[in-house]
Structure formats: C-alpha cells, structure tokens
Design a protein around this ligand. Structure first.
Ligand code: ATP
Ligand code: MG
Length: 333
C-alpha cells in the first residue's frame, strides 16, 4: 500500500474510495475499529466474516446511513476525492443513488411493498436524473430489461410481493444502477437465493461492472463465492480487519488462522458445511471482548501471549497484510 503521507501527484486520479481509520461507535460500544482500504474504479473488493463482524456497518458507514445513535469517525473517507465525512445531508442524498448505490441483503425490507417496482425505480431516476415522469418510466423499463427481467413492460407494474426472490434481487440491482453510480455496494445480495440464481445474479453484476466500470464492494459470509468474484478480499472479525490481500492470495496463501478457518468451512459444492469444519466456538458479544487477540479463544494456534497481546494489521507480503502474532518475529514463550 502506498505511503499515506506523500502528496498526491497531479497526474494520478484519486482512488474511487479512500478509507482510512473508519470507526463506528454506539455510545461507548465500538462496533468498527479503524478499517482502512482503497478501491479503484472497476475493481471489486470482497468483505467476508461471520455474523456480527461489522460488514454491514462498514457499508452503512460508507453511505453515511448508520442506524440512529451510530457515530462514524475516520482519518479519511473519500469518494472520488470528495470528503464524505463532512458532506451535508443534502449532498449525501444526491450522492446516494447518483454516485453510490447499495443493494441490501433482504430486498423485501428495502423495497416498499405498497409501490410497484416501476414506481420505485422511476422515483430514483426522477430524483437524481431530473427527467420527466414518462422518461423515467421508460428508463425503468430499460433497467428491468438490462437486469434480465422478462416482459419488463408488464412486470414494471408488479408489486414486489408478486415477484420471486431472484426477480426482486434483480429489481434491487436495477434500482441501484439506474443512475449508473461509480460505486456499487452489495450487502449479501444472494444469500437468500438458491445456488443457480446466485450464480446468475453474480454474473449479471460482473457484466454490468464491465459495462459501467464501477467499483464494487461485495459483502458475504461465504469466502468461496467472494474469492471467485472479487479482485481483493478483506476478512473481518468483531469490527476489525484481520487480513487483506488479493482474492487469489487469500484463497491460496492465507496468513491468519481465522481466514484458514473460514476456508476450511466453505461448503462443498452442494449442501451444508460439515460440522467437522465449522469454526469452533461462537463469536463473543461485542460488549464482552477477549482482552488480547479477539480471535484467540477460538484459534487453533493460540499461544499464551495471544490472550494479552493485540496484534496489529501488518504487511506480510506484497499487497498482503494480516493481524496475527504468527507473522511477527516474536518468540513464543
Ligand atoms: N443499531 C445498532 N445499535 C448498536 N449496535 C448495533 C446496531 N446494529 C448492529 N449492531 C452491532 O454491530 C455489530 C456489527 O454488526 P453488522 O450488522 O455490521 O454485522 P455483519 O457483519 O453485517 O453481520 P451479518 O453477517 O449478520 O449481516 C454487531 O455486534 C451488532 O450487534
Ligand atoms: Mg450484515
């Protein structure tokens, strides 16, 4: 990763996303601790971790859409060079949808059940693109066609509950992409879908990325799916990044025991992860964290020092960092 205190050169455009030290707290509870990464246009970053690791909080903090009471801080939080942290609410509203779009995990909670899918997509187009009612309807039909919904002229007047899970997820993608945002955040976009539909939706996202050259953040608890569909992967646990590398390095040369455990628990092609390979123990509650390494109580390589020492995220290779004491020259007692 390039040094952060160098002045940017005039010729180099800023990265699409530049995030440093992103933290989120609710009162005295720290949910997210110092998350840093960069995303280039056209690049896909995967965020992987078990439930409660802070994946959704990271996404919501980027969009400045945290639930009530959430406080976000960062050393840097920029979208294409623009500071998101100090942006006004009205500026954020125009950025959301127009420059950054989000696909939520459960489309039924994100889609309004009393409006047709066409009304919802057209509304987004009208708000951001300043087009007429008729034109926004046409654009909505085109967007539905582009995401593979058959007979979009008819389906546009359907209500969300008339559609299958896969079709609803396509509607969400159409809505997120109607303004051709530079950044698409997809929070577990396929978890509720069966494997074949999952693959179709992921292929669709990659096709659209080729077309629009957008940066994608793809959130999932399934490291197998993520490493197949992304350029880089960030592994999170209890609000911290434990490892970050290219998808290939994460998959073939993991340097953190948590990543190794996630890899071992990837389900076989069909079916559930075997009990044998599930990560032992459970994620502790965020208000009762172990004092040393957060993963120590569940780690197969745990040493006494891990119960008190807090490992930093350090470079462990080219473009690869991990937060495990195994990667330092610390001599184990
Ligand atoms: N409104 C809230 N107020 C306080 N804490 C919250 C709130 N919403 C979530 N949290 C906590 O924030 C932490 C991170 O949650 P987050 O939803 O980001 O996890 P996640 O990685 O997305 O998990 P999942 O895979 O289940 O979606 C959890 O400990 C959760 O309990
Ligand atoms: Mg989540």
């Amino acid at each position: 990763m390039p040094s952060t205190d160098q002045p940017p050169t005039l010729s180099a455009p800023p990265p699409l996303l530049d995030v440093e030290g992103l933290s989120v707290s609710f009162g005295s509870l720290n949910i997210l601790n110092g998350v840093s990464f960069r995303l280039a246009p056209g690049e896909t970053l995967g965020i992987v971790g078990e439930s409660g690791s802070g994946k959704s909080m990271t996404a919501l903090a980027l969009m400045r859409l945290l639930p009530r009471g959430g406080r976000v801080t960062a050393t840097r939080l920029q979208l294409a060079g623009e500071d998101i942290l100090s942006a006004s609410e009205s500026r954020l509203e125009s950025l959301r949808g127009a420059r950054m779009g989000m696909i939520f995990q459960e489309p039924m909670t994100a889609l309004n059940p009393v409006l047709t899918v066409g009304e919802q997509i057209a509304e987004t187009a009208r708000r951001h693109l300043n087009v007429s009612r008729a034109e926004s309807r046409n654009r909505a039909i085109e967007a539905l066609r582009r995401v593979g919904i058959p007979s979009p002229e008819q389906r546009i007047d359907d209500y969300p509950h008339h559609m299958s899970g896969g079709m609803r997820q396509r509607v969400m993608i159409a809505m997120a992409l109607i303004c051709q945002p530079q950044l698409l955040i997809a929070d577990e976009p396929t978890t509720a879908l069966d494997v074949t539909i999952q693959a179709q939706i992921l292929d669709l996202m990659l096709d659209l990325q080729d077309e629009y050259h957008m940066g994608i953040i793809f959130i999932s608890h399934d490291l197998g799916v993520v490493s197949a569909f992304t350029d880089r992967v960030m592994i999170m646990y209890l609000g911290q990044v434990l490892e970050e590398a290219t998808a290939n390095d994460i998959f073939t040369h993991p340097r953190h025991p948590y990543t190794e455990a996630l890899l071992a628990s990837i389900p076989e092609l069909e079916g559930e992860p075997t009990r044998l390979n599930a990560i032992r123990g459970t994620v502790p509650p965020i208000h009762d964290l172990p004092p040393g390494c957060r993963f120590a109580p569940r780690c197969d390589h745990m040493r006494p020092v891990c119960e008190t020492a807090r490992p930093m995220l350090i470079p462990v290779g080219a473009d690869h960092s991990a937060a495990c004491i195994r990667n330092t020259d610390y001599r184990f007692p």
